[in-house]
Design a protein around this ligand. Structure first.
Ligand SMILES: NC(=O)c1ccc[n+]([C@@H]2O[C@H](COP(=O)([O-])OP(=O)(O)OC[C@H]3O[C@@H](n4cnc5c(N)ncnc54)[C@H](OP(=O)(O)O)[C@@H]3O)[C@@H](O)[C@H]2O)c1
Length: 307
C-alpha cells in the first residue's frame, strides 16, 4: 500500500487533510513510478483544499500536490529512465503520496549538485517565473519591477531577469531586502506609499512589470508606469479588464515557455545560479501546519512535505 495525503472535504487544512492508504501504483507504457522523497507545497494546494478554486463534491477525496522529487521505483516500457534515477516530477497532480505514477515526460533527471529536497520545490514556481520573463521578452535594456520579489516565484523571476542583463527593482518586506540585493535587485518596501517608493528606487523608466502578488495597489502603480501589455500577472485575476497579461499556463505560448523552462532551471539549481530556500519540512501527518503557515505571513522559502 502507498500512503497518500488527501483532503476529505473543503475547508480548514487541520480539519480536512487526511493520510489514507491506497493501492501501489503500477508503471504502464511510457510511465514511471516515483518513490517520493519530498514534495513542494504551493499556494495553489492551499487554495484547492480551502475550496477557493472549486467545491466539487465529486472530486473528493481530493488528490493534492503539484510537484515532487524522488527516485524511479518502476520504469514502464518505452521510457529512457531506469530504476534508481533521481527525478523531479512536474507537472503532476496528487504529488503528496509515497509513490506516484507519472508520464515519463514529467519525470526530469536531477543533475548532480542539486539536492532532491530543493528540486522538489523548484519547478512549479520556477517554470512560472520563467514564463513571466519569457512572455515579456526581458532583455538588457529593460528596467523590471517585480511585485513580491522575495516569494517563491518572484525570487526566481528576479534572478532570471537579472541574468538577462535587466535592471531589476522588487518589492518585499524589509526583512527580505538584503536577500533581494543578493539576488541582484534593488529592494522596495510595499507597506507605505508604493508609487513613491518605486519612483525613488527606480534608476530609470520602468519598462516591464512582473506581478506575483495581485493586489490592486500593485497593479495600479504598475499601470502608472507602463502600458498594460508590459504587465504580466500570475495573481491579479480580477484585473483582466485593465488589459494586463494574465498567465496561468493555459495558453499555448505559456505552456511552451513552461516546458522549455524545466531543464535550464534544474541546471541553474545544480550550478547554484538559483537556490531554493527551505522554510520548513513537515511529514504528511503534520502537513496542516505547513498549509496554515503558507496561508499567512511566512518566512521566506518553500515548505516541503515528506511521506
Ligand atoms: N498563475 C500561475 O501560473 C501561478 C503559479 C504559481 C503561483 N501562482 C500564485 O502566485 C502567488 C505567489 O506564489 P508564490 O509561490 O511565489 O508565493 P510565496 O512564496 O508565498 O510568495 C508570496 C510573496 O508575496 C509577498 N507579499 C505578500 N504581500 C505582499 C504585498 N502586499 N505586496 C508585495 N508583496 C507581498 C511576500 O513577501 P514578503 O514575505 O517579503 O512580505 C511573499 O514572499 C500566489 O497567489 C500563487 O497562487 C500563480
Amino acid at each position: 500500500m502507498t500512503r497518500r495525503l488527501v483532503a476529505t472535504d473543503y475547508g480548514s487544512p487541520a480539519q480536512v487533510l487526511s493520510v489514507i492508504d491506497a493501492d501501489d501504483p503500477v508503471a504502464g507504457d511510457g510511465h514511471v513510478v516515483v518513490a517520493v522523497a519530498a514534495a513542494g507545497l504551493n499556494p495553489f494546494d492551499v487554495k484547492r483544499v480551502q475550496g477557493v478554486m472549486s467545491t466539487d463534491p465529486n472530486a473528493l477525496p481530493l488528490a493534492i500536490g503539484g510537484e515532487a522529487a524522488g527516485t524511479v521505483a518502476q520504469a514502464g516500457p518505452g521510457t529512457d529512465l531506469v530504476v534508481g534515477d533521481r527525478v523531479a516530477v512536474y507537472p503532476v497532480s496528487g504529488a503528496f503520496a509515497e509513490q506516484i505514477v507519472v508520464d515519463a515526460a514529467a519525470a526530469h533527471p536531477i543533475p548532480d549538485g542539486a539536492s532532491t529536497e530543493a528540486a522538489a520545490g523548484l519547478l512549479l514556481a520556477g517554470v512560472t517565473a520563467y514564463d513571466t520573463v519569457a512572455t515579456l521578452d526581458i532583455g538588457a535594456d529593460d528596467v523590471v519591477l517585480v511585485h513580491g520579489g522575495s516569494g517563491a516565484v518572484g525570487s526566481i523571476a528576479v534572478v532570471l531577469a537579472a541574468a538577462r542583463g535587466a535592471t531589476v527593482i522588487a518589492t518585499a518586506s524589509q526583512a527580505n531586502h538584503d536577500h533581494l540585493r543578493d539576488l541582484g535587485a534593488v529592494p522596495v518596501a510595499y507597506d507605505g506609499d508604493l508609487a513613491a517608493a518605486v519612483a525613488d528606487a527606480s534608476p530609470g523608466a520602468i519598462t516591464a512589470v512582473i506581478d506575483t502578488v495581485g493586489t490592486d495597489v500593485a497593479i495600479d502603480v504598475s499601470l502608472q508606469s507602463v502600458s498594460p501589455d508590459r504587465i504580466v500577472s500570475i495573481a491579479a485575476w480580477g484585473r483582466g479588464d485593465d488589459g494586463i497579461v494574465l498567465l496561468n499556463g493555459s495558453s499555448e505560448s505559456s505552456r511552451a515557455n513552461r516546458r522549455a523552462a524545466v531543464a535550464p532551471l534544474l541546471d541553474a539549481l545544480a550550478d547554484g545560479q538559483i537556490t531554493v530556500d527551505i522554510a520548513g519540512t513537515f511529514s504528511f501527518d503534520d502537513a496542516a501546519q505547513a498549509f496554515d503557515a503558507l496561508d499567512g505571513r511566512h518566512p521566506r522559502g518553500k515548505y516541503i512535505l515528506t511521506p
